[in-house]
Ligand binder design. Structure first.
Ligand SMILES: [Zn+2]
Length: 224
């Protein structure tokens, strides 16, 4: 992120996404070989609220797996009990929706909430740059664009459908692009990532998988 001297390490993605031993059945370890990168104090502390935001967003997301649901009922609930202000902010103005699982046909009566784009973008940007450093042992100081595939663009009944359709096409395209790429990460139920060499327009692509169902496409050095 910067050229200041490192004063500690930060976990990538944030450690709070990985369940603690006490929240798992005996003998299950989902904190194996967590990825860390050197970090300056300023960048490490400035992102702790972003980390909490990311945790809440992922564990309440419908496509997330059972590990996420368990993390919601344990870790997230404990921090909500301590301080509910952030989750209250996220859940303000819930919009009732019916989400249909295309594979099973199952309908979920649930709510949609508005995302703080800037905050999510900041959290994902941090993770992308840190993973780049971890994977390639080099800083990436160029631009990074992150595209969360697990969010809807809009609930607007008119304009929204078209934008959401476009989003779906992009997710399908990304699924195909990365279909045969190797996964990295020692706790794939929580987090894993893939790398794809770039083309002339993009230096490199990365795909992040949180709790299996929450995917993010990352473009390093995309033009425009
Ligand atoms: Zn820094």
């Amino acid at each position: 992120m910067c050229d200041k001297p490192a004063e500690g390490v930060e976990h990538v993605p944030p450690r709070c996404l990985f369940p603690e031993k006490k929240d798992l059945p005996e003998g299950v370890d989902l904190r194996k070989q967590l990825i860390t990168v050197p970090a300056c104090d300023e960048h490490n502390t400035s992102k702790s609220q972003d980390d909490e935001y990311l945790l809440y967003l992922l564990v309440i997301n419908l496509p997330a797996n059972e590990t996420a649901k368990n993390q919601f009922l344990t870790k997230a609930m404990r921090s909500i009990e301590r301080n509910p202000s952030l989750i209250n902010k996220i859940m303000a103005n819930p919009h009732p929706v019916v989400a249909v699982d295309k594979e099973t046909g199952q309908a979920h009566h649930t709510v949609a909430v508005k995302i703080d784009d800037a905050r999510l973008d900041s959290a994902l940007d941090h993770i992308a740059r840190a993973l780049y450093f971890h994977h390639f042992k080099a800083q990436w100081l160029g631009n990074v664009r992150t595209q969360p595939d697990f969010l809807l663009s809009s609930l607007d009944p008119e304009k929204g459908q078209e934008r959401n359709k476009l989003g779906e096409h992009m997710v399908t395209a990304a699924d195909q692009l990365f279909a045969d790429k190797e996964f990295h990460g020692a706790n794939p139920d929580v987090f894993k990532y893939q790398i794809l060499e770039g083309t002339e327009n993009v230096h490199m692509l990365m795909r992040l998988h949180f709790y299996n169902g929450c995917r993010v496409s990352v473009f390093f050095g995309a033009n425009g």
